[in-house]
Design a protein around this ligand. Sequence first.
Ligand code: NAD
Length: 505
Amino acid sequence: MPITKEVAVFPAEMKRSAYKMVINGEPVDAAGGETFHVYNPATGEAIATVPKADYADVDRAVEAARHAFEHGKWRRYPVGKRARVLNKIASIMRSRFDALVEMEILNTGKTIETAKGQVMQAIEDFEFFAGAIVGHRGAVNHVPGQFFNYTQKEPVGVAAQIIPWNYPLMMAAWKIAPAIAAGCSVVVKPASLTPITAILLAEICHEAGVPAGVVNVITGPGAKIGSYLAKHEGVDKIAFTGETSTGKEIMANASETLKRVTLELGGKSPNLVFQDADLDAAVNGALYGIFYNTGQSCEARSRIFLQEDIYDAFMEKFVAKTKKLVLGDPFSPASHIGAIISKEQLETIHRYVEEAKQAGATIVTGGKPAKVEGFENGYWYEPTIITNVTNDSKIAQEEIFGPVVVVMPFKEEKEAVKLANATKYGLASSIWAKDQGLIKRVTDGIQAGIVMVNSPFSAFPGTPFGGYKQSGFGRELSFECLDLYSETKSVLTYAGAKPLNPFQL
Ligand code: NAD
């Protein structure tokens, strides 16, 4: 597929009634002309249509990415030039900060403060990787004296990047920034519920000077085009964020062509509060740890473990503050809790809570869909605290992906670590304590990719983000991520005085 132009022309308006995919630097419809609606979950209203891609569209996108990778100049640019373009992407995003925040809110129902933080992090990802790629290089290695060995990092090729609906723009940035920094071309498939800001980001990439074909975005059903991408012979690497069950399927599909795979999957992360913790800080951190992004976070600390002595004092404050959380207009800075992404997700959350209730759990607060004035047709759920459950119960083991937390007591340190680790997941964890020795021992004992000590914040650009066990493998946001978009070529040169003749013939 020829590269037709360096910088494509996309609509200037970010808010549109119909969006197009981005393939080979062009705004395009699906070959079959089909579209589907995307909705504002806070109101239930349709906000726009996007193309419904089919296999032919995937082929087009992969072909464009392959052509750009094999024959284009992006990966051959001096690294500083690629870095300059990444910084330009960040600066265009900054100049459209408010519009990106607005689109993210309209398509997800998340609160304005949440959306602002995520858009800012998306921008900072591009800035981080613009800097990081400059320091990403090979090495000179120890070899016998008459030899010389160096390694060079080369981009892995075409990366398919499959994105979930909970952080649409931020996850797109987490994936696109390191991949293109490393010199790869990408085919991005956003979640069908939330495709808009990934499309806008691809347009901005072109505006900033990314050549046609390097960043492509296709929209459509994951089970069909996502799995086709995972099997596609033109794709060298697949980077997936989403549910653990989908990740398993993708890994199986990717094995046919032995693609490089990174998986950022689900979690059921523990929040451990020890008796010497600053109780107010732990309560505030636990609130944020579970209710941030309406609980629709992979790193949500959805299992709280409290040391017995502080159980009652913690609960009193935690329940009181949970009841004060404001569910309301996502555009109001006073709102803490936004909408649930879809009717199906709302029903799933409620089913989990009802089942727990029937199994004997106590619903301390919340426990049902919420009525929000002015948003009667949207999808809302009350922040919910559940007690009287055991760690092996369904509600304590399965990822609910909503504003629902279970609270359990523990007696001593070793038991806390055992309970924290008794899950198939291993994404994140929080520890609230003052005793540095205890913090170190618990940190060492926890099987999770992320440990937050006396803080609810899981990641900034630069911190490795990823899981142990069935929360996946590979790390995003960090220097490690650049290695996952690169191959290492080892160059071994003979530099001895006499020509070599190993067989002595
Ligand atoms: P999902 O697995 O349903 O979908 C994720 C993406 O995969 C979507 O784009 C979807 O269209 C696509 N998809 C669906 N079926 C597919 C298939 N068979 N082959 C290929 N692609 C397919 O997940 P979701 O509901 O969108 O997102 C929520 C999940 O994401 C939660 O489990 C959450 O924990 C996880 N998540 C993990 C992280 C992390 O970094 N570990 C971050 C955010 C979200």
